[in-house]
Design a binder for this molecule. Structure first.
Ligand code: AMP
Length: 373
């Protein structure tokens, strides 16, 4: 690293406190990584006894619109990161004026709105599904006529794990699809309508980008969904080297264009002709990167800690291939059998209520790489 690049990094020594916005499992695993390197964490989240609040050094239990609590939090931390991209941009901008935060409000503003993401892809010439923005049932119908059915309608904001999504297979389904995503007569609802992609597989790449613009990334992984929720990740993805390189180049271009400081997860579809279409972005640790805890020299969570604290990025090299399976809802009840499996590494998130569709934990199985020397 050159002297000038090094000077651009605000290095925090172990002992410093990393603020984490959001109290879920991604925050929990970030807190574990921070703790291993001797850093403290202070979580800010609305829910008591959530996965991150259970393990963070300190906690503020408050809503993201509680500006007094946010100001106190800013006074108590040395840097802030986040584990959920739907933190209100106003809260992040408020903190950004008081304390370094990665990623910042500008990155979040793009990643919170599918229209902004798509505009970015179009501006950069990054392939994505054909899409149209719509605000009303009439505009959805026009978009379906324009693109041709089948399409997927998605709320532009606040959708996750397939929530706020519906398929429209024929023009007659427009009304039902629009209502399924929350459309109400006479009210504007920002939506995107996109062509259904006939993909061969879904992949993602996680890029880590430091304060000085240095970047590294994990290999593309393959993601299998069930009921729109990530079920399994196979690392690395079973794709050609050429497709992997395309996915990597796109992901790095996006991280650089957004000037991300932190992590950027890029979800993509691989199509029949080997093309790669970007679906969406997440500027935080990602479920498809959990395997890195057990199979890589530096996990995605440690990478985020390093970036927040201005430390050099760690090696993303893996010493094993891996399969990560989410334990969703009552699948978590298999924990005793999983513990008995020698190659299974079990991670439970400390959530008390088992609910259908809720991510309760995950298990990673490793296939160690054979040493060549
Ligand atoms: P998303 O919330 O955009 O990540 O979508 C959740 C899941 O729905 C994706 O991982 C895909 O399995 C599926 N999906 C989303 N958009 C499309 C599309 N345009 N064509 C086909 N499948 C899609």
């Amino acid at each position: 690293m050159s002297a000038s690049l090094d000077a651009a990094c605000r290095r925090l020594a172990p002992g410093a406190c990393i603020g984490v916005l959001g109290g879920g499992q991604l925050g929990r695993m970030t807190a574990f990584a921070a703790s291993r390197l001797g850093y403290r964490t202070h979580v800010f989240c609305p829910e008591e006894d959530g996965p991150c609040a259970q393990v963070a050094t300190r906690r503020t239990i408050a809503g993201f619109s509680d500006y007094d609590a946010l100001a106190d939090f800013a006074d108590q931390v040395d840097v802030v990161t986040l584990e959920w991209e739907n933190i209100p941009v106003e809260a992040v901008a408020f903190l950004e004026a008081r304390v370094p935060i990665c990623p910042g409000a500008a990155v979040l503003a793009t990643c919170q709105d599918r229209r902004e993401e798509k505009r970015l892809f179009d501006r950069l010439g990054v392939p994505t599904a054909l899409w149209r923005a719509a605000r009303s049932k009439v505009e959805v119908a026009a978009a379906v006529a324009d693109l041709g059915a089948p399409v997927v309608v998605k709320t532009a904001r606040l959708g996750y794990d397939g929530k706020g999504q519906a398929r429209i297979v024929t023009p007659e389904d427009v009304e039902a699809g629009w209502r399924r995503v929350g459309g109400v007569e006479g009210q504007d609802l920002p939506i995107i309508v996109e062509s259904v992609v006939d993909f061969t597989c879904e992949i993602s790449v996680i890029v880590a980008r430091g304060q000085n613009g240095a970047m590294t990334e994990y290999p593309a992984v393959e993601n299998q969904h069930r009921n729109h929720i990530l079920d399994k990740t196979v690392a690395p993805a079973r794709i050609s080297a050429k497709i992997a390189e395309t996915a990597r180049d796109i992901s790095r271009l996006l991280a650089e264009s957004l000037n991300v400081v932190g992590l950027l997860a890029v979800e993509m579809f691989v199509v029949q002709d080997g093309g790669v279409l970007v679906n969406e972005l997440a500027p935080r640790p990602h479920n498809s990167g959990h395997w890195t805890i057990d199979a890589c020299h530096t996990s995605q969570f440690e990478q985020l800690v390093r970036i927040a604290c201005g430390l050099p990025l760690g090696s993303t090299e893996r010493f094993a291939d891996a399969e990560m399976e989410n334990l969703i809802g009552d699948a978590v009840c298999q924990w005793p059998e999983l513990l008995a499996e020698p190659e299974a590494r079990l991670h439970l998130y400390g959530k008390n209520d088992v609910r259908p569709g809720r991510k309760m934990g995950h298990v990673t199985r490793l296939h160690p790489l054979r040493q060549t020397k």
